[in-house]
Write a protein that binds this ligand. Structure first.
Ligand code: F6P
Length: 326
């Protein structure tokens, strides 16, 4: 087995709070084991362009508490082509990088899988996405922060909704996955949740609104961005306005505030644990896998399994919303 002397670390795809904590832990762990680290800026795009920066202990000082990613991030079209990946490989070889740690989600690991196999290049991944939609980890880095941001924002919406006796439809992120909607929905006591994984039954929703407590002056319905059946938050609002003209209905789209901000302690600890495990296991020859935490224990999942949307929605959680919001 060749000893790893220099690794590259990068963030890619949508950023998530805790990515900086992960970068810090990768850098400090590698240096602890006398491995040099280069930061690759702007994900695969920067790899192709050779945007490498030497990382020392100081370069990651005072970032554990910061949202975003100091290495910046991008979604690269060029890396999807064999030519782009060849350029990336040449850049890595030129910089004498012998292994990579990729921090990101679906798209990042799809690229890592293809590139790792094409060039027999050792890569381990850290799950960095607010969506929590990767198989092989109970939680992704950034999810906890994001659902806390959403909870805080909707608590504020609840205040004004209550004052004005209004019904709010709140759109949260999650293009393909309803986990942000589901957990924050329980956290804020939402009246109903609509997610991509479940067919939206408008008749059932109307029924719930009709049968619901009459003394409840505000109502919060959460719609995940990827909800497709009913056309998303604005169309659902139009349908509700038609059926219940007596409700003063408003739509609020939370948007990218869900991706920023100080990571919670949970996300910082998760990022730190996974990053230390990634470096240590890269050293023993592990590759082609995402490092996650399952039932509190470090677990490795091949990239192709992690990304294939094997994440199942816990229907018990949906039921909890229905029972508690009545
Ligand atoms: O992948 C994370 C995510 O936040 C999704 O939930 C969301 O749909 C998407 O990114 C938004 O991406 P962009 O910032 O590129 O519009």
């Amino acid at each position: 087995m060749n000893k790893i002397k220099k690794i590259g670390v990068f963030t890619s795809g949508g950023d998530s709070p805790g990515m900086n904590a992960a970068i810090r832990a990768v850098v400090r762990t590698a240096l602890f084991y006398d491995i040099q680290v280069l930061g690759i800026r702007r994900g695969y795009e920067g790899m192709i362009n050779g945007e490498f920066v030497e990382m020392d202990r100081k370069s990651v000082a005072n970032i554990i508490q910061r949202g975003g990613t100091i290495l910046k991030t991008a979604r690269s079209m060029a890396f999807m082509t064999p030519e782009g990946r060849k350029e990336a490989y040449d850049q890595l070889k030129g910089a004498e990088i012998d292994a990579l740690i990729a921090i990101g989600g679906d798209g990042t690991f799809t690229g890592a899988k293809i590139f790792g196999e094409e060039y027999n290049f050792p890569i381990l991944g850290l799950p960095g996405t607010i969506d929590n939609d990767l198989f092989g980890t109970d939680f992704t880095i950034g999810y906890d922060t994001s659902i806390n941001t959403v909870t805080d924002a909707i608590d504020k919406i609840r205040d004004t909704a209550e004052s004005h006796d209004r019904l709010f439809i709140v759109e949260v992120m999650g293009r393909d996955c309803g986990l942000i909607a589901l957990r924050s929905g329980i956290g804020v006591g939402a009246e109903s949740i609509m997610i991509p994984e479940m067919k939206t039954d408008m008749a059932a929703l109307f029924n719930r609104l009709e049968m619901g407590r009459k003394d409840k002056s505000s109502k919060i319905l959460i719609v995940a961005e990827g909800e497709g059946d009913s056309g998303g938050a604005f169309e659902i609002a139009d349908k509700i306005k038609l059926k219940f003209p007596q409700y003063d209905t408003r739509v609020s789209v939370l948007g990218h505030i869900q991706r920023g901000g100080k990571p919670t302690c949970m996300d910082r600890v998760l990022a730190s644990r996974l990053a230390v495990a990634a470096v240590e296991n890269l050293m023993t020859g592990k590759k082609g896998k995402m490092v996650g935490l399952i039932h509190g224990k470090i677990a490795f999942t091949p990239f192709d399994l992690a990304i294939k949307h094997h994440v199942e929605i816990n229907l018990d959680l949906l039921k909890i919303v229905e029972i508690l919001s009545l």
